[in-house]
Design a protein around this ligand. Structure first.
Ligand code: ITT
Length: 191
């Protein structure tokens, strides 16, 4: 089975992607390769940051790998929190991140948002990018205990529950990450 490093320190992302690709290729985490670095994400786009993370691993470890940069984009906030999703409220504290976002939407009727991810895959000298997005709405109160990040306040279009109220299998079939990983899998199969 082909081996790929997934360059993430987010254990939730790792678990989601491992569940999605488990029979197709084997994933090594950053701890599997003894990498304990918080790889700098200095770009202002998902594409740029995904590319920085995968490039770091390939240049320092010489391994084929991929990285995911992702976040929530709220229409009425001009795409905020976007690339700043992980630290929107000033730190990695998700309670504060969500509180800040909800406070900016108080009284707002346009609740449209989307989760977006860009995956950068590095195979030897080549880079390939895959995008996934899922549209939905932001609710005014948290609901559900599953998932991670902004999942308790996001209802995908066509559903009546938040990502945090879904089983991991359900979220993993429709999420932005699932869409991008499916594109990556198709690409690897056709090579
Ligand atoms: P790595 O960079 O190490 O992969 P990270 O958590 O810092 O981990 P990002 O820089 O891509 O990842 O930030 C993405 C943030 O966007 C993440 O911390 C969540 O707050 C949010 N996010 C991304 N995908 C999500 C999802 O499926 N459900 C809920 N929130 C998500």
């Amino acid at each position: 089975m082909q081996q790929l490093v997934f360059a993430t320190n987010n254990e939730h992302k790792l678990a989601e992607v491992q569940a999605m690709v488990k029979d197709l290729f084997s994933i090594r985490s950053l701890s599997d390769i003894q990498c304990n670095v918080d790889i700098p994400e200095t770009a202002d786009t998902f594409e740029g940051n995904a590319s920085l993370k995968s490039e770091y691993i390939q240049s320092h470890y010489g391994l084929n790998c991929f990285a995911d940069d992702s976040g929530l984009e709220v229409a009425v906030l001009n795409g905020e929190p976007g690339v700043y999703s992980a630290r929107y409220g000033g730190s990695r504290d998700m309670e504060k991140n969500i509180d800040l976002l909800l406070s900016k939407l108080v009284g707002e009727t346009n609740r449209k948002a989307q989760f977006r991810t860009v995956i950068s895959l590095r195979l030897e000298a080549e880079e390939h990018l895959f995008e996934g997005l899922v549209k939905g709405t932001i609710v005014s109160e948290r609901s559900g205990a599953g998932g991670f990040g902004y999942d308790p306040i996001f209802i995908p279009d066509g559903y009546a529950k938040t990502f945090a109220e879904m089983s991991s299998q359900e979220k993993n079939q429709i999420s932005h990450r699932a869409v991008a990983i499916q594109k990556l899998v198709t690409f690897l199969k056709n090579r």
